[in-house]
Design a protein around this ligand. Structure first.
Ligand code: UTP
Length: 416
């Protein structure tokens, strides 16, 4: 242990993070061991470069942004059935799995517990997890298969998530047979001086590495291997917080298969040109998403000859990938984006600091940054009222919150 400690000290000195051992002597043995393990797992070169990135303008204004083609699901004419038949065949053959990303912190919603456990206030009091599962089970029945379900959690919420499923008898799924949990990666949080934070437990303050961590963690945790063993070729990846997400869509699958693309994404048209959402585009010729903070007013308002917005297809985290594409994307590191957040931490004198304004950097990869890895993808515009009811904020925000999602859900399922 002592030798190990000396080595750790040398590493920390090299990277200017010696403070991480300030409270080491006060920790019990289990925490001491854990802290050393955490330090061992940190890629300090990466941590340094992430901190350096906080000082730079990350958007590359030299990027060439151009519109990207899309199909409107309800303007496919005869092709609708053609795609649908292709997709149905593949689903019946057991080629589709679903992944729900549930590793986020859900800070805006402010729910005490994993976001998927949240009850949006329907009469049934079903959680977001159960609402998603209902959809999967209904579709599975149609095709005479069980769609395997993979849930991505974070280290922070994994135990609570798995326990919640257990309490609900896994909603009829069978754990480790057709229901799998896997944990996403984490990165340390840092203060504005680039010092890694220590949390109230004396351990390093880590945070999930963003939904872009999905590819790497699917591969690293052996989930893509498992998919292959099960004969799965396509995987729908969606968020936990869209209670109308349609994870099994034969038309989307048919489009992907027929057009020989490895990624097919759903979009909904922007509610108005200035809606604060990311939209599909091409960046330097490759498929990508441009965020509302990046787009100029002129671009946001530009229309084509039919009066449709040129940048009007919102990315709603409803994307279908071939397993090959996931593996390819998992092999390439994604850029990290910086978020400035409030984080409780222990200062150098061992005092707990509970900030009332943001004080720490958190680093996250975004799922859509991997889209550039593929040469081409298909985008299918679907109807917002049928497929998009996000739960992002607390009700006080009035938008994308439990009450708006509940109304959309009730309307779609004609519950009133
Ligand atoms: P959001 O970006 O909306 O984040 O995630 P969030 O964590 O739910 O909420 P805020 O920003 O803290 O308020 C979109 C989807 O991606 C998942 C979320 O669980 C949600 O389903 N996600 C996000 C992860 O699985 N891991 C992450 O690290 C981040």
């Amino acid at each position: 242990m002592d030798n190990n400690l000396e080595e750790v000290k040398a590493i920390l000195k090299k990277y200017g993070q010696e403070h991480l051992l300030n409270h080491y002597d006060k920790l019990d043995d289990a925490h001491k061991k854990k802290l050393l393990e955490q330090i061992d797992e940190i890629d300090f070169e990466l941590a340094n470069s992430l901190y350096e990135s906080t000082k730079k303008e990350t958007k590359n204004s030299k990027d060439e942004i151009t519109p990207i083609d899309y199909l409107d699901k309800f303007k496919l004419g005869d092709k609708y059935k053609y795609y649908e038949d292709i997709g149905k065949r593949a689903i019946k053959e057991g080629k589709l799995a679903a992944v729900t990303m549930a590793g986020g912190q859900g800070t805006r919603l402010g729910h005490n517990g994993p976001k998927g456990t949240y009850d949006i206030g329907l009469d049934s009091h079903k959680s977001l997890f159960e609402l998603l599962c209902d959809g999967l089970k209904e579709e599975s029945k149609k095709y005479g298969v069980t769609i395997p379900w993979f849930i991505m959690t974070s280290k922070e919420n994994n135990e609570a998530t798995v326990n919640f499923f257990k309490e609900h008898k896994y909603f009829g799924y069978e754990k480790d047979k057709n229901l799998f949990f896997f944990i996403q990666g984490e990165l340390p949080m840092m203060d504005t001086e680039g010092k890694i934070l220590i949390g109230e437990d004396g351990l390093i303050k880590l945070a999930a590495d963003g939904h872009g961590g999905i590819y790497e963690s699917l591969v690293k945790t052996g989930m893509t291997k498992k998919m292959r063993e099960m004969g799965v070729e396509w995987v729908f990846i969606g968020g936990v917080d869209n209670c109308l997400a349609k994870m099994v869509d034969p038309v989307l699958m048919g489009v992907a298969i027929d057009k020989k693309v490895t990624v097919a994404c759903k979009s909904v048209v922007k509610a108005n040109p200035h809606e604060r959402v990311g939209v599909f585009c091409r960046r330097n010729g490759k498929p990508n998403v441009i965020e509302y903070t990046e787009i100029t007013d002129e671009m946001a308002e530009a229309t084509d000859k039919d009066g449709e917005l040129l940048y009007g297809e919102s990315h709603i985290l409803c994307n279908l990938f071939s397993v090959n594409a996931v593996e390819r994307m998992g092999a390439e590191p994604l850029p990290y984006h910086v978020a400035y957040k409030k984080a409780t931490y222990m200062d150098k004198d061992g005092n707990l600091v509970v900030p009332d304004s943001p004080n720490a950097y958190k680093f996250e990869a975004f799922l859509f940054d991997a889209f550039g890895e593929v040469d081409d993808m298909a985008i299918l515009r679907v109807k917002r009222e049928e497929e998009f009811a996000p739960v992002k904020n607390a009700d006080s925000a009035g938008v994308d919150c439990p009450s708006t999602a509940r109304e959309l859900y009730k309307k779609f399922y004609k519950l009133d």
